[in-house]
Design a protein around this ligand. Sequence first.
Ligand code: FDA
Length: 514
Amino acid sequence: VSSTQDHNKPFPECLIDQFQSSNADPSNVVYSPNNASYASLLLAPNLRPESTSPLRPLLIVTPYYEREIQAVIYCCKKLGTQIRVRSGGHDYEGLSYVSGIPFVILDMRNFRSVSINTNDKTAWVEVGTTLGQLYHTIARHSKTLAFTAGVCPTVGVGGHISGGGYGLMSRKHSIAADHIIDAKVMNADDHIVDRRSMGEDLFAIRGGGGTSFGIVLAFKLQLVTIPGTVTVFNVSRTLEQNATNLVHKWQYIADKIDRNLLLRLFLRSITSPIHGNRTIQATFNTLYLGRAHYLLPIMQEKFPELGLLPEDCIEMSWIESVLYFAGLRNEFVDILLSRIPTGVYSPVYFKGKSDYVIQPIPVGGLRGMWRFLHEEDENMAELQLSPYGGALNDYSESETPFAHRAGYIFMIHYAVSWTRPGNSESERRMNWIRRLYGYMAPYVSKNPTAAYFNYGDLDLGTNNEGNTSYAQASVWGLKYFGNNFNRLVRVKTKVDPSNFFRNEQSVPPLYVSA
Ligand code: FDA
């Protein structure tokens, strides 16, 4: 990268100069607002709640080569322009493509090669790969290998795996970040480092999010072994069918049951198809890593109240289960290669929040949750309860930044959606989810009230535009990372003391006052 002084040149000129000086071709890589593809590139797969800023990126850069990323870093540093790195664009608050100060988007969609080694059961995966593409590629190589990560196929590897990565095999194989065995990262000095050169600092991107520490280019992942046949079921019960007691009982078994079994639970308010009244529907959406005839006795012993029948169970391959849980059951497996969200993940405006439960919520508390769900229109609000325990507890709280281990029964994901931004409907729904979150406070973890980093929530607090103190950032940092936040601050202070990589909730470095 050229070292000419271009402080005063606007960003596009600086970048074009940099490209030319390294004989790189900016066409199909650098998009300005005048370019016909700019608007469609800007559009994120997951629409954010409300525009936090009317600013649009100065440029969108979709690199193919590392030297193109180095050119972007160079110009951002010279001109004080902020960089926002986007891999899959599913950030809950749009932090990969929105900023209140002049910025460029580094969109990693062209970094998407996957190479699988079936001998040592590993994969090198570039960050612009989607989970769907990763799962598809693994399945093409082997029927008994898989990877443990999230459910939505269009989520990007870059943000998801560096920030945790919970999925339907997490009780058996824990989260994605626990399976990072190496990585290629471009640091703030635009050098590429790997596990050997990063040493202990690799810790930071194993659940602490890439955002604060550098640009992750690729991960080396340890794959997991799976049976050739898995079993799924999706069984719903309404209040008239004993849903309250079932949900109450579920809390006592969900984290302790056989670790091959992950009984996810969705809660919504619906109009009963039988009685025509508004009721709560509890849907047990489940993956079992094995055949149905092993699953049924487990359910009979631990959760007979659900009344699971053999005909509720569907056997399939793991890759078919990926389609099943994405609501793409009748599609060909190649749909997993698409970057366009479909099925249950069609884009909406939405707000998500998270909580962790360490003591079962009493029946009275559950009834209060039902009242909140009834306040919202059908299909607009949903609670997702994701069980922990099993392999998640095999790691200590401090092994990776992801601190939510032994003692956590389940995570609650609150979500509300709407169709158009910036109107009274969106305001009302944002207000609803915040009130619900407040209502839940007595029933969830405290000191800190834990939250899941991958379900980023700016309500928990934000950085200042200038320096942010440790005390200020620890308000949300301790919620996301527990005491690991302190270690993340130390890594940040070492690898990026000038705070080049930052956003509204990035880990700040410790500032030493002069
Ligand atoms: P995006 O590109 O928006 O990046 C997210 C954050 O990471 C941003 O701050 C960005 O700057 C940073 N970043 C991205 N790439 C980087 C890189 N290469 N280097 C450094 N920083 C980088 N989670 C889960 O655990 N299980 C699940 O099942 C789901 N399901 C799900 C469904 C849907 C519809 C959505 C919208 C989200 C989820 N998630 C999830 C949450 C998801 O894990 C989270 O939003 C991830 O950050 C998304 O990663 P992307 O790369 O897609 O996002």
